[in-house]
Design a protein around this ligand. Sequence first.
Ligand SMILES: [Zn+2]
Length: 473
Amino acid sequence: MKRVAIGGIAIECCTFSPLLTRLEDLSIWRGAALLALYPALRAYPDIEFTPLVRVRATPGGPLVREVYETLIAGLKAGGPWDGVYLDLHGALAVAGMTDAEADLTTAIRAAVGPATLMGASFDLHGNLSAGVVANLDLLTAYRTAPHVDVDATRARAINLLVKSIRQGTRPVIAFVPIPMLLPGEMAMTGSQPAGRLYASLPAVIARYGLLDASYFVGYVWADEARVGAASVAVGYDRAAAEAAAHVLAAAWWQVREQFAFGMPALPVDEAIKQAIHAAADGAPVFLSDAGDNITGGGVGDVPHLLERLIAFGVSRAIYAALVDADAVAACFKAGRGARLTLTVGGRLDTAHGVPLRLDAQVRFLKDGELRHREAVIDVNGIAVILTERRTAFTEEGQFTALELSPADTPMTVVKLGYLFPDLQRIARTSLLALSPGAINPEVRALPYQALRRPMFPLDEEMAQGGGHRFTGS
Ligand SMILES: [Zn+2]
């Protein structure tokens, strides 16, 4: 029986965050629970799948080095294997290290030896590098943003790996970096040109006789040389894969000026004014506090947009959320219904936020396990959610658990970028506020030092008609 090991570290890490991702921030799967993440495995009764360790975390700062080393030891354990499947993100950062996925795949390749086939699946918001590609035999990535094809992507990677093991064939990967910074909010696959580019993949796969092809949008909130978009082709014929990857890169590059935010993106005060107007015309309106987007790795404690909502006199709204363990503790101490003066936020991301003093009434308390408590306070009619740990509110159920209903509230502010499908379903209007924080969607404002140059749109020579050329038929 052929033996395949499964594991991986899938964390999107913002190197501009002052926080680190620690052991207590991780969700960890081992054993049967790990295998249960991959229903696709049931299709291959002739393969023995061995779970190693698989972790994910809410996007955040770089992973603590010691935690990473411990996880790597787990990923190197056991063997020998006919194949290894790695479930990765592609934007992992480890404190004191660059190109963490290159380190990870190099360590595993060294442990399993050159003969073992190694395949991986990625989030399309990963930053692929030649160092990673050199260690792998095949890879694929999501084709939708928001990501609704997670299981399908994993299944594709597993299928390609098993197929190659059964046939005794070794695929090749062609990888073409595209020197472009593209925030995820500008490359949603329900919008153009991203939708069209992703939709072209099956035809390119067929035309070049490939096994698979992918586009990487990349992840811009990291200061590393590998940051940027990319195209990938996987096949058995090196020349065909190279040609296809270049054609895909050229198609992407050609429309680089056409990528735009998938919703109106405005300075904070402008965004609030438009949200007030839209809410009067027809609620519910969702306003993304994009600079402090937790799903992009933002800290989640910048209270600037809340301060502005109060200044504008907004009186029927939900604000989700601020991470502030001290404020949550104060609410629990005061009790439901109590009035108190609180100072919230601005303590973690001190580069972008200052603490905000509020007169509030405790409206709801959600007890939970250690560091999972949440409180809702009322501030002039705004229901402000406070959390003990960084929490992205992406689904309606998270609100209803706090006796809040975004569907029946004129305006809901979320620390997200684009809305996840469950909230998109409710929203009549969604707006992006270009607010302060580590996840600033305006790439020209980010403090890059290690980025490779020239890079679109930072450098003039990369504008339309600029100097970069992709070859290919
Ligand atoms: Zn993603």
